[in-house]
Design a protein around this ligand. Structure first.
Ligand code: MCA
Ligand code: AMP
Length: 516
């Protein structure tokens, strides 16, 4: 069914807002890539229109999901924008996911269209067609593949589909404490409201130049970075892959950088990073994982810049930020700053009562940025919200008398490694299914590069012998590489408390010095 299209003022389509912010000179450069390609604003406009027209020509039902697992490229960003423009629902997938993981996402989301790399077409299309997907296209980093070949036949004019703020724009898969990944449903209104707040809060201007060096299948690189630049008509210097030396070499041309803490740690190891390299920079932003105070201090000493740390989630986009404007306060290392304008954030105890200022409890949030719910999981959605409509983040923290929020831990069993989330329950279930395994525990321990990494402790069934390297090899064959524990130990038992529950804290303590 073709969707009604409109560029009218009441259209809440996120793409329409981004397009309206393009500079009047459409021939100015919008994106410059690390391998020397230049894309003007006109190029982005025309390419998103052609792809949107291709999608519309497929006569997909309203709300169709477009699932995408491709290497980072400007064309992949264009595909995201075109999906918004055409009014469909974008579903990005980490390029590290292997077949069992992709099978789950595709069966769960039932996308009408799947776009994958040419090299993966064989296995991805098999999974997709089995799940009822009607169209599988390919898109490669070098701009080859069936998607762009087909799009080349379509018009470069397209009026953005009419959307209301509550209409679904994207599904981002994320996991909870137990079970499989859940699709967080974000609306056009969730993302546009957040992007507008950040544009103002972080002082974006058309003169900004953003270094984009993050992957574009998660909230940080896909939304926070791209929306920020597009909504301000700012240029992006685009890296297909993060390379600390090359990024430092381009810093003199840039004004804004966003990264997970690992990116800062790796840039600090570059001798070329100094005050002169960052002379044009106005803002370094960190998020997705805790920024160690050592990194925060070292960065300030080396560059003269104070990193601005912020906090967010797939379900909520951005929640808090340290101030940009010094009049609003200092950027305080170890904290994630203040709730963003429009975000209500509170800390409660297990009984659902507010804790006194400075005391620790569960962080709960409410605001126009908070997602609509988990895809086809109404019960799980209900469980994660309080009766008065606050979303339970699963993060544990405190708010001090000045209003700064500090995250002190997580109630959810989650490891954040180099900015990627790893769910111990998922890894343990794979290990527990291996022959000869009685049980296992995966815990996060400190790591100098990734912040935290997983370590597996595996108990054999009575009379069975297990080899740690074989367990690791089996995991590598089925799971995304960043989820593989960095070490595996075979043990005769797991420590338990009197209730019989595995004491993960004891295991974390036992292995805490493995890498540091
Ligand atoms: C790669 N490896 C990792 C990770 N990345 N291991 C643990 N954790 C990781 N994050 C392993 C690979 O498995 C491989 O191991 C080896 O390191 C080299 O892989 P390679 O791909 O070359 O790694 P890399 O290119 O150096 O990648 C490191 C990276 C990357 C650049 C830090 O992980 C990255 O881009 N992280 C950013 C993630 C991100 O954008 N998160 C935002 C989520 P082997 O050789 O054994 O196979 S959004 C979010 O969290 C919220 C909403 C928010 O607040 O933003
Ligand atoms: P994701 O599921 O990828 O959206 O990850 C969201 C989680 O990342 C949050 O619930 C936090 O646990 C964590 N996170 C994001 N930003 C920060 C930060 N600045 N400091 C500590 N944890 C963070």
């Amino acid at each position: 069914m073709n969707q009604p299209t409109s560029d009218s003022a009441d259209n809440q389509n996120l793409f329409a807002a981004l397009r309206a912010a393009f500079p009047s000179n459409l021939d100015a450069i919008a994106v410059e890539t690390d391998n020397g390609l230049h894309y003007s604003w006109r190029d982005l406009d025309r390419a998103t229109a052609m792809l949107a027209n291709l999608l519309v020509s497929l006569d997909l039902p309203e709300g169709s999901r477009i699932a995408v697992q491709v290497e980072k490229s400007v064309e992949a960003m264009v595909l995201y924008l075109a999906t918004l423009r055409a009014g469909y629902v974008y579903l990005p997938l980490n390029t590290a996911y292997q077949s069992a993981e992709i099978d789950y996402f595709i069966s769960n989301a039932e996308p009408a269209v799947v776009v994958c790399s040419g090299k993966n077409f064989g296995w991805v299309s098999k999974i997709a067609f089995k799940a009822g997907t009607g169209h599988v296209f390919t898109l490669n980093e070098d701009r080859s593949g069936s998607l762009l070949e087909r799009a080349a036949h379509f018009s470069d004019q397209h009026a953005a589909a009419h959307k209301s703020a509550d209409d679904l724009a994207v599904i981002i898969y994320t996991s909870g404490t137990t079970g499989r990944s859940k699709g967080a449903m974000l609306t056009h209104g969730n993302m546009l409201s957040n992007a507008l707040v950040l544009k103002d809060y972080w002082g974006w201007t058309p003169d900004d130049v953003l270094i984009h060096a993050l992957p574009i299948f998660h909230v940080h690189g896909l939304f926070v970075a791209i929306h920020g630049a597009l909504l301000s008509g700012s240029k992006m210097i685009w890296f297909g892959k993060f390379d600390p030396r090359q990024v430092v070499a381009r810093l003199p041309e840039a004004t804004v950088f966003m990264g997970v803490p690992t990116l800062y740690v790796r840039m600090l190891a570059e001798p070329a990073l100094n005050e002169a390299t960052v002379r044009r920079m106005r803002l370094f932003i960190s998020g997705s994982a805790p920024l160690l105070i050592e990194t925060f201090n070292e960065w300030r000493a080396r560059t003269g810049h104070t990193i601005l740390e912020r906090y967010g989630m797939s379900e909520t986009v951005m929640l808090t930020s340290n101030p940009y404007d010094p009049k609003q306060g200092e950027r305080r290392g170890g904290t994630v700053g203040f709730p963003l304008p429009g975000v209500a954030l509170r800390v409660q105890d297990d009984a659902g009562q507010p804790v006194p200022t400075g005391e620790i409890g569960g962080i709960q949030v409410k605001g126009p940025n908070v997602f609509k719910g988990y895809w086809r999981m109404p019960e799980k959605t209900r469980e994660e919200f309080t009766a008065d409509g606050f979303f339970k983040t699963g993060d544990v923290g405190k708010i001090d008398a000045q209003g700064y929020v500090t995250i002190v831990g997580r109630a959810k069993d989650l490891i954040i490694s180099g900015g990627y989330n790893v769910y111990p329950a998922e890894i343990e279930s794979y290990i527990n299914d291996m022959s000869g395994v009685a049980e296992s525990a995966v815990v996060g321990v400190p790591h100098p590069d990734f912040g935290e990494v997983g370590v597996a402790i595996v108990v054999p069934k009575p009379g069975q012998a297990l080899q740690a390297d074989r367990i690791m090899a089996q995991l590598k064959a089925s799971l995304a590489n960043f989820k593989i524990p960095k070490r595996c130990f075979v043990a005769s038992e797991l420590p338990r408390n009197t209730m019989g529950k595995v004491q993960k804290a004891a295991l974390r303590e036992q292995h805490k010095s493995l890498f540091v």
